[in-house]
Design a protein around this ligand. Structure first.
Ligand SMILES: Nc1ncnc2c1ncn2[C@@H]1O[C@H](COP(=O)(O)OP(=O)(O)O)[C@@H](O)[C@H]1O
Ligand SMILES: [Mg+2]
Length: 295
Protein backbone atom coordinates (compact mmCIF):
# COMPACT_ATOMS: atom_id res chain seq x y z
CA UNK A 1 0.00 0.00 0.00
CA UNK A 2 1.33 3.41 -0.96
CA UNK A 3 0.07 6.55 0.74
CA UNK A 4 0.16 9.96 -0.94
CA UNK A 5 -0.84 13.45 0.22
CA UNK A 6 -2.10 15.96 -2.32
CA UNK A 7 -1.21 19.30 -0.83
CA UNK A 8 -0.82 23.00 -1.44
CA UNK A 9 -1.39 25.95 0.92
CA UNK A 10 -3.38 27.61 -1.77
CA UNK A 11 -7.02 26.82 -2.44
CA UNK A 12 -8.49 26.65 -5.91
CA UNK A 13 -5.37 25.20 -7.52
CA UNK A 14 -6.87 21.86 -8.53
CA UNK A 15 -5.96 19.61 -5.58
CA UNK A 16 -9.40 18.05 -5.32
CA UNK A 17 -9.77 17.72 -9.08
CA UNK A 18 -6.41 15.97 -9.40
CA UNK A 19 -7.17 13.69 -6.43
CA UNK A 20 -10.58 12.62 -7.77
CA UNK A 21 -9.32 12.01 -11.28
CA UNK A 22 -6.22 10.08 -10.20
CA UNK A 23 -8.35 8.00 -7.86
CA UNK A 24 -10.98 7.15 -10.44
CA UNK A 25 -8.51 6.39 -13.20
CA UNK A 26 -6.43 4.13 -10.95
CA UNK A 27 -9.59 2.32 -9.85
CA UNK A 28 -10.55 1.96 -13.51
CA UNK A 29 -7.16 0.33 -14.10
CA UNK A 30 -7.93 -2.25 -11.45
CA UNK A 31 -6.16 -0.75 -8.43
CA UNK A 32 -7.71 -0.76 -4.99
CA UNK A 33 -8.03 2.90 -4.12
CA UNK A 34 -8.96 4.72 -0.93
CA UNK A 35 -9.41 8.50 -0.92
CA UNK A 36 -9.69 10.44 2.30
CA UNK A 37 -11.15 13.93 2.21
CA UNK A 38 -9.42 16.00 4.89
CA UNK A 39 -10.66 19.39 3.73
CA UNK A 40 -13.53 20.92 5.76
CA UNK A 41 -14.72 22.38 2.48
CA UNK A 42 -15.73 18.79 1.58
CA UNK A 43 -15.40 19.34 -2.17
CA UNK A 44 -14.00 15.89 -2.82
CA UNK A 45 -16.80 14.29 -0.83
CA UNK A 46 -19.39 16.18 -2.82
CA UNK A 47 -17.77 15.32 -6.10
CA UNK A 48 -18.70 11.70 -5.35
CA UNK A 49 -21.81 12.04 -3.19
CA UNK A 50 -24.91 14.20 -3.41
CA UNK A 51 -25.27 16.68 -0.54
CA UNK A 52 -28.67 15.25 0.45
CA UNK A 53 -27.29 11.72 0.61
CA UNK A 54 -24.33 12.91 2.70
CA UNK A 55 -26.69 14.71 5.12
CA UNK A 56 -29.04 11.79 5.54
CA UNK A 57 -26.58 8.90 5.64
CA UNK A 58 -23.08 10.05 6.47
CA UNK A 59 -22.99 13.43 8.20
CA UNK A 60 -23.73 12.13 11.69
CA UNK A 61 -21.28 9.29 12.15
CA UNK A 62 -19.50 8.38 8.96
CA UNK A 63 -16.95 11.10 8.35
CA UNK A 64 -13.33 11.74 9.28
CA UNK A 65 -14.61 14.35 11.73
CA UNK A 66 -16.61 11.70 13.60
CA UNK A 67 -13.44 9.62 13.83
CA UNK A 68 -11.39 12.51 15.23
CA UNK A 69 -14.21 13.49 17.58
CA UNK A 70 -14.28 9.94 18.94
CA UNK A 71 -10.57 10.13 19.68
CA UNK A 72 -10.87 13.55 21.31
CA UNK A 73 -13.97 12.78 23.40
CA UNK A 74 -12.94 9.31 24.47
CA UNK A 75 -16.56 8.65 25.42
CA UNK A 76 -17.54 6.32 22.60
CA UNK A 77 -15.81 3.54 20.71
CA UNK A 78 -13.44 4.87 18.06
CA UNK A 79 -14.66 3.59 14.68
CA UNK A 80 -12.16 1.91 12.40
CA UNK A 81 -11.60 3.47 9.00
CA UNK A 82 -13.31 0.40 7.57
CA UNK A 83 -16.54 1.46 9.26
CA UNK A 84 -16.35 4.93 7.75
CA UNK A 85 -15.67 3.93 4.17
CA UNK A 86 -18.28 4.63 1.52
CA UNK A 87 -17.97 2.83 -1.82
CA UNK A 88 -18.44 5.05 -4.85
CA UNK A 89 -17.91 4.06 -8.48
CA UNK A 90 -14.93 1.83 -7.84
CA UNK A 91 -13.32 4.15 -5.31
CA UNK A 92 -13.50 3.84 -1.54
CA UNK A 93 -14.01 7.19 0.14
CA UNK A 94 -13.86 8.55 3.65
CA UNK A 95 -16.01 11.69 3.72
CA UNK A 96 -15.16 15.02 5.21
CA UNK A 97 -17.36 17.33 7.25
CA UNK A 98 -17.63 21.11 7.45
CA UNK A 99 -17.01 20.91 11.19
CA UNK A 100 -13.57 19.39 10.68
CA UNK A 101 -12.18 22.86 11.18
CA UNK A 102 -13.01 22.64 14.91
CA UNK A 103 -11.16 19.38 15.25
CA UNK A 104 -7.87 21.14 14.73
CA UNK A 105 -8.47 23.46 17.65
CA UNK A 106 -9.25 20.52 19.91
CA UNK A 107 -6.19 18.61 18.79
CA UNK A 108 -4.00 21.66 19.33
CA UNK A 109 -5.18 21.90 22.93
CA UNK A 110 -3.86 18.39 23.52
CA UNK A 111 -0.43 19.37 22.27
CA UNK A 112 0.37 22.22 24.57
CA UNK A 113 0.59 20.87 28.09
CA UNK A 114 3.30 19.60 30.33
CA UNK A 115 6.98 18.88 30.66
CA UNK A 116 9.28 18.48 27.72
CA UNK A 117 8.88 14.73 27.76
CA UNK A 118 5.08 15.02 27.87
CA UNK A 119 5.22 17.47 24.99
CA UNK A 120 7.32 15.06 22.95
CA UNK A 121 4.96 12.17 23.61
CA UNK A 122 1.88 14.27 22.86
CA UNK A 123 3.45 15.47 19.65
CA UNK A 124 4.12 11.95 18.40
CA UNK A 125 0.69 10.74 19.50
CA UNK A 126 -1.28 13.66 18.03
CA UNK A 127 0.45 13.60 14.66
CA UNK A 128 0.35 9.79 14.32
CA UNK A 129 -3.40 9.22 14.65
CA UNK A 130 -4.02 8.65 10.95
CA UNK A 131 -0.76 6.80 10.40
CA UNK A 132 -1.57 4.30 13.15
CA UNK A 133 -5.08 3.72 11.82
CA UNK A 134 -3.99 3.24 8.20
CA UNK A 135 -1.64 0.43 9.17
CA UNK A 136 -4.72 -1.73 9.64
CA UNK A 137 -5.63 -1.35 5.96
CA UNK A 138 -2.16 -2.23 4.67
CA UNK A 139 -3.37 -5.39 2.90
CA UNK A 140 -6.53 -3.88 1.46
CA UNK A 141 -5.42 -1.06 -0.78
CA UNK A 142 -2.84 -0.42 -3.45
CA UNK A 143 -3.02 3.31 -2.90
CA UNK A 144 -4.42 5.82 -0.43
CA UNK A 145 -4.79 9.49 -1.41
CA UNK A 146 -5.36 12.37 0.99
CA UNK A 147 -7.06 15.47 -0.35
CA UNK A 148 -5.53 17.97 2.08
CA UNK A 149 -6.95 21.33 3.15
CA UNK A 150 -5.14 24.50 2.01
CA UNK A 151 -3.18 24.92 5.25
CA UNK A 152 -0.61 23.25 7.47
CA UNK A 153 -3.01 22.24 10.21
CA UNK A 154 -2.65 19.29 12.56
CA UNK A 155 -4.93 17.31 10.26
CA UNK A 156 -2.71 18.10 7.27
CA UNK A 157 0.36 17.13 9.26
CA UNK A 158 -1.33 13.84 10.18
CA UNK A 159 -1.70 13.13 6.46
CA UNK A 160 1.94 13.95 5.72
CA UNK A 161 3.23 11.86 8.63
CA UNK A 162 1.20 8.93 7.29
CA UNK A 163 2.42 9.44 3.70
CA UNK A 164 5.12 7.77 1.63
CA UNK A 165 4.89 10.59 -0.90
CA UNK A 166 3.32 13.95 -1.55
CA UNK A 167 2.45 15.87 -4.70
CA UNK A 168 1.78 19.57 -5.09
CA UNK A 169 -0.74 20.68 -7.72
CA UNK A 170 0.04 24.29 -8.56
CA UNK A 171 -0.75 27.01 -11.01
CA UNK A 172 2.21 28.32 -12.89
CA UNK A 173 2.39 31.88 -11.64
CA UNK A 174 4.76 33.90 -9.50
CA UNK A 175 3.18 33.49 -6.07
CA UNK A 176 2.43 29.82 -6.57
CA UNK A 177 6.00 28.97 -7.43
CA UNK A 178 7.23 30.90 -4.37
CA UNK A 179 4.81 28.99 -2.16
CA UNK A 180 6.12 25.60 -3.24
CA UNK A 181 9.56 26.18 -1.72
CA UNK A 182 8.00 27.30 1.51
CA UNK A 183 5.76 24.25 1.64
CA UNK A 184 8.67 21.89 1.03
CA UNK A 185 10.65 23.55 3.81
CA UNK A 186 7.76 23.20 6.21
CA UNK A 187 7.37 19.52 5.39
CA UNK A 188 11.12 18.99 5.89
CA UNK A 189 11.01 20.65 9.32
CA UNK A 190 7.99 18.64 10.36
CA UNK A 191 9.65 15.37 9.34
CA UNK A 192 12.87 16.32 11.10
CA UNK A 193 11.08 17.21 14.31
CA UNK A 194 8.96 14.09 14.23
CA UNK A 195 11.92 11.78 13.68
CA UNK A 196 13.89 13.61 16.32
CA UNK A 197 11.12 13.15 18.89
CA UNK A 198 10.66 9.50 17.95
CA UNK A 199 14.16 8.65 19.09
CA UNK A 200 13.97 5.38 17.19
CA UNK A 201 15.66 5.41 13.81
CA UNK A 202 13.88 2.25 12.72
CA UNK A 203 10.56 4.06 12.76
CA UNK A 204 11.69 7.21 10.98
CA UNK A 205 9.27 8.62 8.44
CA UNK A 206 10.38 9.83 5.00
CA UNK A 207 7.56 11.33 2.95
CA UNK A 208 9.10 11.96 -0.46
CA UNK A 209 8.23 14.96 -2.61
CA UNK A 210 7.18 13.46 -5.96
CA UNK A 211 6.75 16.72 -7.75
CA UNK A 212 4.62 19.65 -8.74
CA UNK A 213 1.67 18.94 -11.00
CA UNK A 214 1.16 22.00 -13.18
CA UNK A 215 -2.59 22.60 -13.33
CA UNK A 216 -4.88 25.00 -15.15
CA UNK A 217 -2.15 25.55 -17.67
CA UNK A 218 -3.03 27.92 -20.49
CA UNK A 219 -2.23 26.05 -23.64
CA UNK A 220 -1.66 27.54 -27.05
CA UNK A 221 -0.45 25.50 -30.01
CA UNK A 222 -0.30 22.52 -27.69
CA UNK A 223 2.18 23.98 -25.26
CA UNK A 224 2.01 26.24 -22.20
CA UNK A 225 1.96 29.93 -23.02
CA UNK A 226 5.37 31.50 -22.65
CA UNK A 227 4.68 33.28 -19.34
CA UNK A 228 3.91 29.93 -17.76
CA UNK A 229 6.84 28.22 -19.40
CA UNK A 230 9.04 30.71 -17.58
CA UNK A 231 7.72 29.51 -14.23
CA UNK A 232 8.07 25.88 -15.24
CA UNK A 233 11.69 26.50 -16.20
CA UNK A 234 12.29 28.39 -12.99
CA UNK A 235 11.06 25.42 -10.97
CA UNK A 236 13.36 23.12 -12.91
CA UNK A 237 16.30 25.47 -12.36
CA UNK A 238 15.58 25.42 -8.64
CA UNK A 239 15.71 21.62 -8.79
CA UNK A 240 12.05 21.26 -7.93
CA UNK A 241 10.63 18.15 -9.57
CA UNK A 242 7.74 18.74 -11.88
CA UNK A 243 5.60 16.11 -13.57
CA UNK A 244 6.04 15.89 -17.34
CA UNK A 245 2.26 15.56 -17.64
CA UNK A 246 0.49 18.88 -17.24
CA UNK A 247 -3.19 19.64 -16.90
CA UNK A 248 -4.57 22.38 -19.09
CA UNK A 249 -7.23 24.85 -18.11
CA UNK A 250 -10.63 23.92 -19.45
CA UNK A 251 -13.44 25.69 -17.67
CA UNK A 252 -16.27 23.86 -19.43
CA UNK A 253 -15.10 20.35 -18.76
CA UNK A 254 -13.80 20.79 -15.23
CA UNK A 255 -16.46 23.11 -13.92
CA UNK A 256 -19.30 20.80 -14.87
CA UNK A 257 -17.71 17.65 -13.52
CA UNK A 258 -18.40 17.90 -9.78
CA UNK A 259 -22.08 18.61 -10.25
CA UNK A 260 -22.57 15.34 -12.04
CA UNK A 261 -20.48 13.55 -9.46
CA UNK A 262 -18.25 12.05 -12.10
CA UNK A 263 -14.58 12.95 -12.40
CA UNK A 264 -13.70 14.18 -15.87
CA UNK A 265 -11.57 11.16 -16.61
CA UNK A 266 -14.59 8.85 -16.24
CA UNK A 267 -16.94 10.81 -18.40
CA UNK A 268 -18.19 9.28 -21.56
CA UNK A 269 -17.28 12.03 -23.92
CA UNK A 270 -18.23 12.31 -27.45
CA UNK A 271 -15.16 12.59 -29.57
CA UNK A 272 -13.78 16.04 -30.11
CA UNK A 273 -10.21 17.16 -29.98
CA UNK A 274 -10.34 19.20 -26.76
CA UNK A 275 -12.26 16.56 -24.84
CA UNK A 276 -9.90 13.88 -25.96
CA UNK A 277 -6.86 15.92 -25.10
CA UNK A 278 -8.11 16.70 -21.60
CA UNK A 279 -8.80 13.04 -20.94
CA UNK A 280 -5.46 12.05 -22.40
CA UNK A 281 -3.67 14.47 -20.08
CA UNK A 282 -5.38 12.96 -17.06
CA UNK A 283 -4.54 9.45 -18.21
CA UNK A 284 -0.91 10.39 -18.86
CA UNK A 285 -0.69 12.01 -15.45
CA UNK A 286 -2.06 8.84 -13.87
CA UNK A 287 0.48 6.68 -15.70
CA UNK A 288 3.33 8.95 -14.68
CA UNK A 289 2.05 9.09 -11.09
CA UNK A 290 1.71 5.31 -10.84
CA UNK A 291 5.21 4.89 -12.20
CA UNK A 292 6.66 7.27 -9.62
CA UNK A 293 4.74 5.71 -6.76
CA UNK A 294 5.56 2.22 -7.95
CA UNK A 295 2.15 0.61 -8.27
N1 LIG B 1 -7.75 22.16 -15.28
C1 LIG B 1 -8.77 22.93 -14.89
N2 LIG B 1 -9.30 23.85 -15.74
C2 LIG B 1 -10.33 24.62 -15.36
N3 LIG B 1 -10.91 24.57 -14.17
C3 LIG B 1 -10.44 23.70 -13.26
C4 LIG B 1 -9.33 22.83 -13.56
N4 LIG B 1 -9.08 22.07 -12.47
C5 LIG B 1 -9.97 22.45 -11.55
N5 LIG B 1 -10.80 23.41 -11.99
C6 LIG B 1 -11.88 24.11 -11.26
O1 LIG B 1 -11.29 25.05 -10.40
C7 LIG B 1 -11.95 25.05 -9.13
C8 LIG B 1 -10.95 24.70 -8.03
O2 LIG B 1 -10.46 23.39 -8.22
P1 LIG B 1 -10.26 22.40 -7.01
O3 LIG B 1 -9.79 21.10 -7.56
O4 LIG B 1 -11.49 22.36 -6.16
O5 LIG B 1 -9.07 23.14 -6.23
P2 LIG B 1 -8.55 22.96 -4.72
O6 LIG B 1 -8.93 21.59 -4.26
O7 LIG B 1 -7.08 23.15 -4.81
O8 LIG B 1 -9.20 24.04 -3.92
C9 LIG B 1 -13.09 24.07 -9.26
O9 LIG B 1 -14.25 24.75 -9.61
C10 LIG B 1 -12.67 23.15 -10.39
O10 LIG B 1 -13.77 22.61 -11.07
MG1 LIG C 1 -10.05 21.07 -2.57
Amino acid sequence: MKVVSVINYKGGVGKTTITANLASEMAHRGKKVLVIDLDPQTNLTFSYIKVEKWSSDYEKNRTIKYWFDSIIDGTRPIPTFRELIVKKSGVDLICSHLGLIDVDIELAAGLSAGTERQHRNNFIKTYSYIKNELVKLEQEYDIVLFDCPPNFSIVTKNALIASDYYIVPAKMDYLSTLGINQLKNHVDSLVKQFNNYLKDNNKNITPIFLGVVATMVSVRNNKPISAQQTYIQQLRRNKINIFDSMIRENKTLYADAPEYGIPVVCQNVSSGSTYEQVILELKNLTTEFMGKVGI
